[in-house]
Design a binder for this molecule. Structure first.
Ligand code: SF4
Ligand code: SF4
Length: 244
């Protein structure tokens, strides 16, 4: 059983909340990426959609088109995609239509985290973006409405698509392996807004923690580190500060 175009419409209707109220996080990461929010540039993140989601997007808007690989890496990504998916790209951030964002856009940088036992306990993040995505260093900004809608939308998806459940179960297991190697805990925003840590080298043990225990990673640890990274990325750090 796989999710249909109609199912994706239900999911879009269920899940539209922004990560945080009154916060445009794209303004914080864009200076590190030639002025474009990191998750809105295919040089960094290529949106992948299920074929059925692609049918829905095409029926609603001309914002999206099939992604054209531009180098060796992007060709490899497209070549290795599962059969039922395709890579897409939008016209760019200046043309964004909130109601026609893909599920990947709505969720980024989060994904639903499953324990070893298969319980969906909350939201983890695509850790490979931690050096560019400010939200990953500040997962506690995730708003209650966002968390609730995202969990409900993905539960609906998993109820209609076994392969999606398997993909996120596997992604969670991979994250545990990576963070165990790094000897660092995974920070989870719990489904009921608890703050949780998955301890490394513990077989995936989950313990409650405090918001203040969630620590940023470089370059979002200080204004100095942030401005240095902007400079290294070829940008002008003048006037750029991390939110207080
Ligand atoms: S979610 Fe992360 S990468 Fe995307 S705009 Fe916000 S800070 Fe940038
Ligand atoms: S649709 Fe909007 S949120 Fe999604 S990649 Fe394009 S500009 Fe970014």
């Amino acid at each position: 059983m796989t999710a249909t175009k109609k199912d994706f419409k239900v999911i879009y209707d269920m899940f539209s909340a922004p990560i945080a109220k009154k916060l445009d996080c794209g303004r914080i990461c864009a200076p590190l990426n030639d002025g474009i929010p990191v998750c809105c540039s295919t040089e960094n993140a290529i949106p992948i959609v299920e074929d059925e989601e692609w049918k829905l997007l095409k029926s609603r808007t001309d914002l999206w088109s099939l992604f054209k690989p531009f180098d060796k890496d992007s060709k490899k990504i497209v070549k290795e995609l599962p059969k039922s998916t395709c890579a897409v790209e939008c016209k760019g951030v200046a043309f964004c239509e909130r109601e026609n964002r893909s599920l990947a856009c709505r969720s980024f940088p989060f994904f639903p985290y499953f324990t070893k036992e298969g319980e969906l306990i909350g939201l983890a993040y695509y850790w490979t973006f931690e050096d560019r995505c400010w939200v990953i260093s500040n997962v506690q900004v995730a708003d209650k409405k966002f968390v609730k809608e995202m969990i409900e939308a993905y539960e609906y998806l998993f109820d209609h698509d076994e392969e999606q459940y398997e993909a996120y179960y596997e992604e969670s297991a991979t994250m545990r392996r990576v963070f165990s190697k790094r000897n660092e805990p995974i920070q989870i925003v719990g489904r009921d807004m608890q703050y949780l840590l998955v301890l490394p080298k513990s077989g995936g043990r989950v313990v409650p923690t405090k918001k203040s225990a969630f620590l940023p990673t470089k370059p979002f640890t200080s204004d100095k580190a942030y401005r240095k990274a902007i400079k290294e990325a070829g940008g002008d750090p003048a006037g750029h500060h991390l939110p207080k």
